[in-house]
Design a binder for this molecule. Structure first.
Ligand code: KMH
Ligand code: ZN
Length: 313
């Protein structure tokens, strides 16, 4: 019998901006409410970013992360996975500040430097905030930096130093070679949890053949040392996520990566996407993994050791 499916929900993030959807959560309260609802709907892992509550722009402010984590932690036991990717305009120290303080059981770790093209979105909306167009346009020239040195800093500082395990975000097959390298070096301990990220402009495209290629490459390079999940940006989120489940993997949904619930229809919440993916997973004959099953499978240190730093609201 196959393992229960790990459903991750990426609640808000740095791909989309507030003008693109009124349902994108912005304030810590909105982010926490949507995260809790997503967990209640079946998401075992919550992948979290923060936003400036006044403008909605991506923020690395640890106080915002502390507020979000404290609000969620009092009401649900989902695995909290803090982004270390932030946005491509933040420094590495900015990106790590919250995770260094909060010491979550899980963090994202982006497995290579790349172009991360959001600029095609720049002309598609009427922007409410001044920063939005410039933020997207900047991705023509800004590189999403994740050098070997950066990766090693995250592995030693958050991994070895603070006991985090990782959602290894792999945007192309080359990133799998880097995962294999760090397993061999002993800096990454199996079983690793890969997030195959398809459909980012600058990475591998969101096509079934490419998902097969990622899976075949991971099998060849990592053998049985890994588990994988599928994140397809935009409208391939559900089709390729479904294919991931059929291939024996796991899925990530959420408004961070896709604002829609169906073609031409905005999702009114993260939970709506979780419920949709859950229906499909269960129709395929699987069940969802609980947060504690995820902790056991991925070797996480557990929720109680999270130091939220600030008092719960
Ligand atoms: N939204 C994903 C494509 C991170 O937070 O570390 C990228 C992401 C990066 O989730
Ligand atoms: Zn993210």
């Amino acid at each position: 019998m196959s393992s229960p499916v790990i459903l991750t929900c990426a609640v808000t993030g740095s791909i989309h901006t507030p003008s693109m959807s009124p349902y994108l959560p912005i304030t810590p309260e909105q982010i926490a409410e949507q995260a809790i609802e997503a967990a209640e709907a079946g998401a075992a892992i919550l992948h979290l970013h923060a936003r400036d509550p006044a403008t909605g722009s991506p923020s690395a402010d640890p106080a915002l992360f502390q507020d979000i984590v404290a609000r969620i932690r009092t009401r649900c036991d989902a695995v909290l996975n803090l982004s270390t990717g932030g946005s491509s305009r933040m420094t590495l120290d900015d990106r790590l500040a919250a995770a260094r303080l909060i010491e979550p059981e899980m963090c994202s770790l982006n497995m290579g430097s790349m172009n991360f093209g959001l600029f095609p979105l720049a002309d598609r909306y009427d922007w409410k905030h001044e920063w939005e167009r410039g933020f997207l346009e900047a991705t023509r020239s800004v590189i999403f930096r994740n050098s070997f040195e950066d990766i090693e800093t995250i592995l030693t500082d958050l991994g070895a130093g603070r006991g985090a395990r990782f959602e290894l975000e792999c945007y192309d097959v080359g990133h799998l070679q880097t995962v294999a390298f760090y397993i061999k070096q002993g800096l990454l301990k199996p079983p690793v949890f890969l997030q195959f990220v398809l459909g980012v402009l600058g990475g591998i495209d969101a096509a079934p053949e490419q998902l097969m290629h990622m899976k075949a490459s991971a099998d060849r390079l990592l053998g049985s040392d890994y588990q994988f999940s599928v994140l397809a940006a935009g409208r391939q989120q559900v089709p390729l996520g479904t294919m991931g489940v059929i291939l024996g993997g796991n899925v990530r949904v959420g408004l961070e990566d896709n604002l829609a619930i169906a073609r031409g229809e905005l999702a009114t919440s993260n939970a709506a996407q979780v419920r949709k993916m859950r229906r499909i997973i269960e129709e395929l004959g699987h069940r969802l993994a609980t947060p504690d099953e995820v902790r056991a499978r991925l070797g996480l240190k557990g929720a109680p050791s999270i130091a939220t730093g600030s008092p719960a609201p």
